[in-house]
Design a protein around this ligand. Structure first.
Ligand code: NAP
Length: 295
């Protein structure tokens, strides 16, 4: 089976490419910059240049594939790569291209809590694209993962503790959050791409642990062997600043609105039902943090 991965250089796209190739599938990996695809080519993927804001490139990328995984985003995009251009119009264009190329199945990576009334535009866009895909007539699976460990737990929080002993928490950091490893999301993506039982389903997935950011900091302190200097950006300040900054700094405004929501919304997830249908051993936060610190 030949599968197109859009966002193949990202955390989810790369892990899914690796797992699909290991299972004997053919992968066409799309990136805007062919240099970024060198390791994907080494793994055995066919690497093609494509851009979600370039409809012709999407039509080319979709030719001759049986399934597509949409695993790209521009949460922090600027210039021509605004979230509106990539996450909204670009993804609708990708769905149109897949339909025109008669692709058999489309897997869209949405997010837990995406809804038309979410306070962050990025999550409203996810809900809009979910609806666009469902109405397209394509066979589809929508996956709704929570925060990826690689980004929200490591790159944006814990990594700085290991390297500099300092980090910043946007908010009080007491709210429990469900984290999932990119490798585990990729396992669901592989199932969604290859198992017809997931056809036309929308599935909330998640990791085994619900931890607050303060608890994550404690784990990094434990495995980095140092006490962290933690700066908290007050939720009240972000609540006031998000709408003020929106016209001049839409990305910072979006991140602030997201941080307010993330710091004040219950994001716990119970994986029991999910694991009954998809038995697997999920990565625990503590194991991820230990490995991230080379322990
Ligand atoms: N990270 C999370 O915590 C999280 C949580 C829930 C859902 N998700 C969703 O999961 C998916 C994968 O996220 P991720 O964290 O793995 O992504 P990531 O590591 O941040 O990588 C982003 C990817 O998007 C691609 N991309 C950006 N702009 C593009 C454009 N104009 N055209 C084509 N490709 C473009 C990039 O490819 P090139 O630069 O090579 O072109 C890159 O491969 C996304 O849909 C995201 O919204 C993520």
């Amino acid at each position: 089976m030949k599968i197109l991965i859009v966002g193949a250089t990202g955390v989810l796209g790369k892990a899914t490419t690796r797992q699909l190739l290991a299972a004997g599938h053919k992968v066409r990996a799309m990136t805007r910059d062919l240099h970024k695809g060198e390791d994907l080519r080494t793994m055995g993927a066919e690497v093609v240049q494509g851009d979600l804001i370039d409809q012709a490139s999407l039509l080319n990328a979709c030719q001759g594939v049986e399934a597509v995984l949409a695993a790209a985003h521009q949460l922090m995009g600027t210039g021509q790569y605004t979230s509106q251009a990539v996450d909204d119009a670009g993804h609708c264009a990708l769905i149109d291209a897949a339909k025109a190329a008669r692709v058999g199945h489309f897997v869209y990576t949405s997010a837990q809590h995406a809804s038309p009334s979410h306070p962050t535009d990025f999550y409203r866009t996810k809900a809009k694209v979910e609806a666009y895909l469902k109405a397209s007539g394509l066979s589809y699976t929508i996956l709704r993962p929570p925060a990826f460990m690689e980004w929200h737990l490591h790159n944006l929080l814990g990594a700085a503790i290991s390297t500099s002993g300092k980090t910043t928490i946007y908010g009080a950091g007491n709210n429990p959050i469900n984290f999932i490893a990119g490798e585990d999301v990729a396992r669901f993506a592989v199932i969604a791409l290859t198992d017809p039982r997931l056809k036309n389903r929308t599935i909330d997935i998640g990791g085994p642990d619900n931890l607050s950011k303060n608890q994550v900091v404690s784990l990094y302190e434990k495995y980095a062997g140092r006490t962290a200097k933690v700066t908290h950006v007050p939720t009240g300040l972000m609540k006031v600043m998000a709408p003020v900054l929106r016209p001049m700094q839409p990305v910072i405004s979006r991140l602030m609105a997201f941080s307010v929501w993330a710091d004040t919304t219950d994001q716990r997830f119970d994986p029991t039902t999910m694991l009954k249908e998809f038995p697997m051993t999920l990565t625990h936060v503590e194991d991820f943090v230990r490995a991230a610190n080379g322990k």
